[in-house]
Each structure stands twice: as structure tokens, then as C-alpha cells.
Design a protein around this ligand. Structure first.
Ligand code: ATP
Ligand code: LTN
Length: 328
């Protein structure tokens, strides 16, 4: 069985973008692959997090993993910081990565371009920690949304370089990007990605949003004056985003939705999108409340950590021997 791994940062409440671009694909893949899914809690502290809120977001994210359908009997679910080897290998990989490579990372460049203050060193080097998360398990595939593709490519480059310098050590992973829904856009500004850490909550559907609020957000989503339900990301980014959301949640092809809405107004279209989104949220939220009440989470995370820690420590040891820092 090929191995697959991915993670989500609990830097806020999980969004519909996280679900469509990442989480539900993990669920779909768990039967076919050996699936490792973790909560990237180290990654989220690259930007300051209120400790109290972070703890809540962490538990909610892990509970949502299960509520969205990850089955601990099939997938291994764990907390990144429980496996200390990620950070240790991360440092070793940092010594095998170049400043020029990190300077080219789009997410970092965007923050610099926006003249954001207080960019931490952690934020700058986080793609190296992400490489460590991935290659420490020799995984074959990494399912992620479009925005993370560049980071997986960096992981490949670092792994190849290490193999060339020290002999075959790491498997070279491949990113897996969904065909539809790899980049769900903000509902208020459909030219930017829907993001859980965005200040404007109106543009973002959270998986735990009250259904009435979620419906309102969809009904007020920014559209255009074309009066035509048509997919055109440049001219009609808002409508195209709603078409993508609907198509990814129902599997109805975009062309077929467009055909059904010929000559019908945006209001009716938005109402159907809101219905589809609310049905998805309602079933996730139902399971979320059941899991929260059941108290199984700690055991799931402990089992997951136990399973992967053996793999991670073996790989780290192999690396340390290869680079010569072990005395034995
Ligand atoms: P933040 O806003 O804090 O940067 P985020 O919401 O972008 O976070 P991440 O934790 O960075 O979420 O991403 C987790 C996974 O969800 C990644 O695979 C990412 O590509 C995917 N993802 C995030 N946002 C979207 C989106 N809007 N559309 C599709 N996939 C997304
Ligand atoms: N960097 C990712 C989360 C993440 C991840 C990973 C995804 C951390 N480590 C390893 C896939 C594989 C993010 O910010 N979305």
C-alpha cells in the first residue's frame, strides 16, 4: 500500500476551503492508501496564537478530522509536536537547504510584498519543517490544496539533495492537487483564497458556523453584473467560486450546473449553493457534537503518535548516522 501524509494548521477554525481542498480528500483516500494525517500545531505558531484559543482550535481541528469522516481504524491521526523527531530532522534539513530557496516561497514573498511587520524566523523556515514532516515518513503522496504545492516541491528538492549527498535515504514524495476545488476563494473578495486566519469572517465559511450565518454569507457573496451563471475565473470570479463549491460538494460537473441555470437569476443559484453547503455543514456538525461528547479524541491521538513515532525515530537515527553526528 502506498503511503500518504498531510496536515492542517490549527491557526483558526477549519474552513470550507480546508474541507474541499484537503480534508475530504484525506477521507476519500483512506481506503486506498496508508494514510497519516496530523495537526500541524508547530506550523501555526509561526504567527502569534493566543494560547487559550490555540488549545480550543487544536481540539476542534482534531475533532473535525473525525467528524469529516477520517476513521482512526484506517487513518493514523496525530499531533505534530508529539513526534519530536520532526523538529530535529527539520534542523538537519535546514542545514541542507538554501536561503535562496526559502526566499522564493510564494507565501513568504507575499508577506514581504505586503510589508507585513514581525515576520518571524519560524515563518521563514517553516517550509523546511514541512519537508521534514513529509520525508521523515518516506511517504509517496501528499494531498494538499494549490497553495501548498510549492512547499511539497521544496520537500522533493531537499530530499533529492540529501540522497545525492549522503546516499539513498528518503523517498521522493508527489503532491496531489484536486482537479476541482484546489483553491476555494473568499466570498467577499473572490480574487483571494478563503483563509481561516483572515480578519474578515464574512468571506469565509467555517465548518462550525451556525447554519443561518453560513447561509447568509453565501447569499451575500460578491458576484457581478453579467447575469449569467457561467464559469469564468477572470470575468466572474465570484460566480465561478460558487460553481466550484457546488460542483465539489455534489460532484455535478460545472458545465451541467451552468446548463441548469441558463436564464435563471443569481438569487436562485445562490440559494441552491447555500442549501448544498448547509447540508454538508449540518452532517459534519452533528458528528462533531457526538465525538466531542464521546471523549475518544485523546486515545485516538495517543494511538496515532505511538504508531508513527517508531517510524520517525528509525528514520532520524538513519539520517544522524549518515551525516556523521552519532558517535557509535
Ligand atoms: P491560514 O489561513 O492560517 O494560512 P489556511 O486556511 O490557508 O490557513 P492551511 O492550514 O494552510 O489552511 O491549509 C490546510 C490545507 O487546506 C492545505 O492543504 C491547503 O492547501 C488547504 N486549503 C486551505 N485553504 C484552502 C482553500 N481556500 N481552498 C482549497 N484548499 C485550501
Ligand atoms: N504547511 C501546511 C500544513 C502542513 C502540511 C505538512 C501539509 C504542515 N506540514 C505536511 C502537508 C504535508 C499549511 O500551512 N497548510
Amino acid at each position: 500500500m502506498k503511503r500518504m501524509l498531510s496536515g492542517i494548521k490549527p491557526s483558526g477554525q477549519l474552513t470550507l476551503g480546508n474541507y474541499i481542498g484537503a480534508l475530504r480528500n484525506f477521507v476519500n483516500y483512506q481506503d486506498e492508501y496508508e494514510m497519516f494525517v496530523f495537526i500541524a500545531n508547530l506550523h501555526c505558531i509561526t504567527v502569534y496564537q493566543d494560547p487559550q484559543e490555540l488549545r480550543t482550535n487544536l481540539r476542534d481541528a482534531a475533532t473535525l478530522y473525525l467528524a469529516c469522516g477520517l476513521d482512526p481504524k484506517k487513518a493514523t491521526i496525530f499531533l505534530q509536536s508529539d513526534i519530536k523527531e520532526h523538529a530535529q530532522l527539520g534542523f538537519i534539513l535546514a542545514c541542507n537547504s538554501y536561503q535562496g530557496e526559502l526566499n522564493r516561497m510564494t507565501q513568504y514573498k507575499e508577506k514581504i510584498a505586503k510589508k507585513e511587520k514581525s515576520i518571524t524566523v519560524g515563518l521563514y523556515t517553516y517550509p523546511v519543517l514541512m519537508a521534514s514532516d513529509i520525508i521523515i515518513y518516506d511517504c509517496d503522496f501528499v494531498p494538499v490544496g494549490e497553495d501548498q504545492k510549492q512547499h511539497v516541491e521544496l520537500a522533493r528538492d531537499i530530499a533529492e539533495r540529501f540522497n545525492n549527498n549522503y546516499g539513498q535515504t528518503f523517498n521522493i514524495p508527489q503532491p496531489l492537487i484536486p482537479q476541482v476545488g484546489a483553491r476555494i476563494m473568499d466570498l467577499v473578495d473572490p480574487t483571494k483564497k478563503m483563509s481561516k486566519s483572515d480578519d474578515n469572517a464574512k468571506g469565509c465559511i467555517y465548518l462550525l458556523d451556525d447554519l443561518k450565518i453560513a447561509r447568509k454569507k453565501i447569499m451575500s457573496a460578491v458576484t457581478d453584473n453579467e447575469a449569467n451563471v457561467h464559469y469564468d475565473k477572470t470575468k466572474q470570479p465570484g460566480i465561478s467560486n460558487l460553481l466550484t463549491i457546488m460542483s465539489s460538494l455534489t460532484t455535478e460537473p460545472i458545465a451541467s450546473i451552468e446548463a441548469r441555470y441558463q436564464g435563471i437569476g443569481y438569487g436562485t443559484f445562490k440559494k441552491e449553493v447555500a442549501d448544498v453547503v448547509c447540508v454538508t455543514l449540518a452532517s459534519i456538525q452533528d458528528r462533531y457534537h457526538q465525538i466531542k461528547a464521546s471523549d475518544i479524541l485523546d486515545q485516538v491521538l495517543a494511538d496515532g503518535a505511538k504508531k508513527v513515532s517508531a517510524i520517525a525515530s528509525k528514520k532520524l537515527h538513519e539520517v544522524q548516522v549518515k551525516i556523521g553526528i552519532e558517535i557509535k
